[in-house]
Design a binder for this molecule. Structure first.
Ligand code: GLA
Length: 384
C-alpha cells in the first residue's frame, strides 16, 4: 500500500468507526459480502431493562429485525416475484405493545415449546409441577417463558450473511423446570435468502427442552388479509391427534386421504372447515416429519399465489406444528394498523412433539448434564 492510499484507508477507517460510534451500529468484520448488522435501541421494559433491536441485512436487501426481548423476530422484508418487498411476519411497532400481551408473535419459545398435560411430568423419580397457563395445561414455557425474557446479544461472524447470537440463562426451577439451563439461538440471514436459526442448550440437571420460533407468516404481507389461499405442502405421512385440550392422545395416525394431508400442495383454506377439534376451528396440529429429524432436511413449502412468494422450511426437528392463527380474534392491531382477525397468519413451529415428556413413544426431549442440545431450522425465501 502506498503512503497516500494508506492515509486514505486510515481516514476512511476512522470515519467508519466514528460513524459507528455516533449511530450505534456495528458491523462484524466477518459479515458476508454485502451483508451487515445494525443495532439500535428498541425500548425499555416495564421493569427497566433496556431492549435492543438488531437489523440484519443481506446482500440482496432482505431485512430481518430481531429484538432482545424474547429473541423475537419483529420484521422480515422479502421480495415478491417482481422484486416488491413486503414485511411477511405479524407483530407490533412498539415494545409496549409486545409487553401488553400477544400470542407469541415471532418469539423464541422455551424452555419447552407447546403443551405439557396438566403442567405435570416425572423425571428421574421426581414429579414436577409447572404453571397451567392454557386451560388445564402448560403452554410454551409457562407464565414467563423465554419469549418474555430479555436475552443477551452479540453479533457473530458469518460468511455469506449476517448473524446475531442471543443467549439466555434460565435459573434452576424457573417456571418449575429443573436445572440451570443456558440456551442460545443464532439468527443468520444468509445471502441465499435464508433466515437460519441454530439453537443450543446445556444444563446442570436433567430437564426437558424444546425450542422453537413462533413467527406468524402472511406471505402477501402483514395485514394483507387471511392466509387461507396460501398453498401448503408438508412432508409428513403422520400426525399426532389431540384431545379437546390439544394434548396428544399418544396415537400416531396417518394423514393420507384425510383433511390433514398436505403431501400435495393444497390451499390452507380448502378443507379447514372440516378439521376435527375444538372451536375455534382450524389447524393446530403436530406433523410427524417423514425425514424423522436429526439432520437438516426439507419439511414444508408454502406459496402465496398473488405475490408468488415462497417459504421453504427446513429443520432438524422431527415435528412441526401447523397453527393457522385460529385464536386471533381482531382484538390486536398489528404494525400495518390492521386488526389481526382469525387466520391472519400461519405458523410452522418446528419442534419435538407436544407433551413428549409424558409420552415414552415420542422422541425424547430430555437433556442431560454434560450434553449439548442442538437444533437448526431454516426459513428459505424465493418467488415464482
Ligand atoms: C401454539 C399453540 C396454539 C396457540 C398458539 C398461540 O401454536 O399450538 O394452540 O396457543 O400457540 O396462540
Amino acid at each position: 500500500m502506498t503512503q497516500r492510499s494508506n492515509t486514505v484507508f486510515v481516514a476512511c477507517a476512522a470515519f467508519v468507526l466514528a460513524t459507528a460510534v455516533a449511530t450505534g451500529w456495528t458491523q462484524p468484520a466477518a459479515a458476508g459480502k454485502g451483508a451487515r448488522v445494525d443495532k439500535t435501541k428498541f425500548g425499555t421494559t416495564k421493569d427497566g431493562q433496556a431492549v435492543d433491536l438488531y437489523t440484519l441485512t443481506n446482500a440482496n436487501g432482505i431485512v430481518a429485525r430481531v429484538m432482545t426481548y424474547g429473541a423475537l423476530l419483529t420484521e422480515l422484508h422479502v421480495p415478491d416475484r417482481t422484486g416488491q418487498m413486503a414485511d411477511v411476519v405479524l407483530g407490533f411497532k412498539t415494545l409496549e405493545a409486545y409487553e401488553g400481551g400477544h400470542p407469541y408473535f415471532g418469539a423464541t419459545i422455551g424452555r419447552v415449546a407447546n403443551r405439557i398435560a396438566k403442567g405435570k411430568f416425572r423425571l428421574e423419580g421426581r414429579e414436577y409441577t409447572l404453571a397451567t397457563n392454557n386451560g388445564p395445561n402448560h403452554l410454551h414455557g409457562g407464565v414467563r417463558g423465554f419469549d418474555k425474557r430479555v436475552w443477551r446479544a452479540q453479533t457473530v461472524p458469518a460468511t455469506g450473511g449476517a448473524a446475531v447470537k442471543f443467549t439466555y440463562t434460565s435459573a434452576d426451577m424457573e417456571e418449575g423446570y429443573p436445572g440451570t439451563l443456558t440456551a442460545t439461538v443464532v439468527y443468520t440471514l444468509t445471502n441465499s435468502n435464508e433466515l437460519r436459526f441454530d439453537y443450543t442448550a446445556t444444563t446442570d440437571k436433567a430437564t426437558p427442552i424444546n425450542l422453537t420460533n413462533h413467527s406468524y407468516f402472511n406471505l402477501a404481507g402483514d395485514g394483507a388479509g387471511t392466509i387461507l389461499g396460501h398453498e401448503l405442502m408438508i412432508m409428513a405421512d403422520r400426525f399426532t391427534p389431540v384431545d379437546d385440550t390439544l394434548i396428544p392422545t399418544g396415537e400416531i395416525a396417518g394423514v393420507r386421504g384425510t383433511v390433514m394431508d398436505f403431501n400435495r400442495s393444497t390451499p390452507i383454506g380448502a378443507r379447514i372447515a372440516q378439521v376435527p377439534g375444538p372451536a375455534p376451528g382450524g389447524y393446530d396440529h403436530n406433523y410427524v416429519l417423514t425425514h424423522g429429524g436429526g439432520v437438516l432436511a426439507m419439511s414444508a413449502t408454502v406459496r402465496e399465489p398473488s405475490s408468488g412468494r415462497v417459504l421453504d422450511v427446513l429443520t432438524s426437528e422431527p415435528g412441526v406444528q401447523l397453527y393457522t392463527g385460529n385464536f386471533l380474534d381482531g382484538t390486536l392491531t398489528g404494525k400495518a394498523g390492521v386488526a389481526y382477525t382469525q387466520h391472519s397468519g400461519f405458523c410452522l413451529e418446528t419442534q419435538h412433539f407436544p407433551d413428549a415428556i409424558n409420552h415414552p413413544n415420542f422422541p425424547s426431549v430430555v437433556l442431560q448434564p454434560g450434553k449439548t442440545f442442538k437444533s437448526t431450522t431454516v426459513y428459505r425465501f424465493s418467488a415464482r
